[in-house]
Design a protein around this ligand. Structure first.
Ligand code: ADP
Ligand code: ASP
Ligand code: MG
Length: 418
């Protein structure tokens, strides 16, 4: 039997009526002759509520118990979806992660797949079941504990199942009808793309476009999964939505194809650090050990460019997710107290956001950065930090200008025009 993976996100299973709507889409594919693996998220808002309960109970919580609580939202929707399908006459049953089993690492809160053996689900298909409804976002560690994959992780569950079961396609049903040039909730003129290259989607996702979890795009790219994003609230067919695919499949290629943003950034500056070999290691080593995800880094040119000589000093600025500021600050203070680093002052700015333009066309085009900076200057937006790669340029700016900057960049690169 040909097989499809269909994933429904939180808003698509937010209540019983929406679960029924999603089940109708599954039934249609079964009637077309497919076996279907359905991956469900928790009802929208549920995971946030569960996280809040954990944090309200224990500040420095045990991550294993966090996962035990937070994974439960998906158990409810998996069972309800299976029941709804049964009511429609579709042979279906639900699967929690441990029942499959979805084997993961023990990195609680951000676990990764180790293996997804097919035997149990295949046996049920062989018995005549048409649909396996699998709880997204969760797995089981080799210690037998429940794990979760990080926020937005059901996308990654879906792609992993598509790869493991050789699915014809992995359809991600959500509350927008595809991948847009930027978040359509911020820029009304944002344009839906019919296709987007894996590399571009990977950058957009990792730079903040939460329509797909970054890891899901990585897996799809590695295992050549045909990945599609489409709306669960509209009539859809084989041509709906946005296909995430190889670069070669895309005809029209623009210099910049999308704008991404991330609100929850913070900037930390260490003033007057020594300028000598080993200083960067002395700063970023302890940050890594503390589990801080450092993103952008800038080191000032040393005073009069005479870095490296005894007594030379400089400043170091880096960005981290805003919720990791306390951990980062403590790591720096501990390193200073232990004599590993010396600095005069540590200054934190928690009111920053990152805005990025992404496009594979940038590889062969000069002047993209200049065009970006010109558009920001025209809006009087000050740039605090800049980072570039082959296919993206990111800037850190004051958070209060984020939407303005996204809008300005969308206009500057004519992204509303096909
Ligand atoms: P789900 O609950 O279905 O997983 P998410 O909220 O995780 O849905 O992701 C869908 C949301 O992603 C959209 O509602 C939209 O606001 C946001 N989004 C951000 N950037 C983009 C983009 N470039 N294209 C489409 N949606 C985007
Ligand atoms: N329910 C989880 C979350 O809200 C996983 C997901 O929806 O993808 O992060
Ligand atoms: Mg999501």
């Amino acid at each position: 039997m040909p097989l499809l993976v269909m994933k429904f996100g939180g808003t698509s299973v937010a209540d019983l009526a929406r679960i029924e709507n999603a089940a109708t889409k599954v039934q249609a594919e079964v009637e077309r002759g497919y076996d279907v693996i359905v991956i469900v998220s928790a009802m929208s808002g549920k995971t946030n509520e569960l996280v809040g309960w954990v944090e309200g109970t224990s500040k420095l919580y045990d991550a294993r118990e966090y996962d035990a609580v937070v994974a439960s939202g998906e158990n409810i929707t998996a069972g309800l979806m299976a029941l709804r399908l049964q009511e429609m006459g579709v042979p279906a049953r639900s699967w929690q992660g441990w029942q499959v089993p979805i084997n993961t690492t023990s990195a609680h809160g951000s676990a990764r797949f180790v293996s997804i053996p097919r035997e149990n689900i295949d046996a049920k298909f062989a018995e005549g079941f048409k649909v396996a409804v699998v709880a997204g976002f969760q797995g089981v560690s080799s210690e037998g504990r429940i794990t979760t994959l990080g926020r937005g992780g059901s996308d990654t569950t879906a792609v992993a199942f598509a790869a493991a079961f050789g699915a014809e396609r992995c359809d991600i049903y959500t509350d927008v009808d595809g991948v847009y040039t930027t978040d359509p909730r911020i820029v009304r003129k944002a344009r839906k793309m019919d296709k987007i290259a894996f590399e571009e989607m990977l950058e957009l996702a990792s730079l903040g476009a939460k329509v797909l979890q970054t890891r899901s795009v990585e897996l799809a790219m590695r295992y050549k999964v045909r990945l599609r994003v489409l709306s669960s609230f509209e009539e859809t067919d084989e041509n709906s939505g946005t296909l995430v695919c190889d670069e070669e499949e895309i005809m029209e290629s623009k210099v910049v194809s999308g704008v991404a943003f991330s609100r929850d950034e913070a900037k930390i500056t260490l003033f007057t650090i020594e300028d000598r070999p080993g200083v960067a290691q002395a700063i970023f080593g302890p940050l890594a050990d503390a589990g801080v995800n450092v993103d952008m880094i800038v080191q000032n040119i040393s005073e009069k460019n005479y870095g490296g000589h005894p007594g030379a000093v400089t400043d170091m600025t880096f960005s981290v997710p805003v919720n990791q500021v306390p951990r980062a600050q403590k790591a720096m203070e501990d390193a200073k107290a232990a004599g590993l680093i010396a600095y005069d002052d540590l200054v934190v700015d928690t009111e920053v956001a990152k805005v990025s333009v992404v496009g594979i066309g940038m590889r062969s085009q000069v002047g993209v950065a200049a065009r970006m900076f010109k558009a920001l200057a025209a809006e009087n937006v000050n740039i605090k930090v800049i980072a570039t790669s082959e296919i993206k340029i990111s800037v850190l700016i004051d958070r209060k200008y984020m939407e303005l900057a996204v809008q300005a960049l969308h206009d500057a690169f004519d992204l509303d025009k096909a």
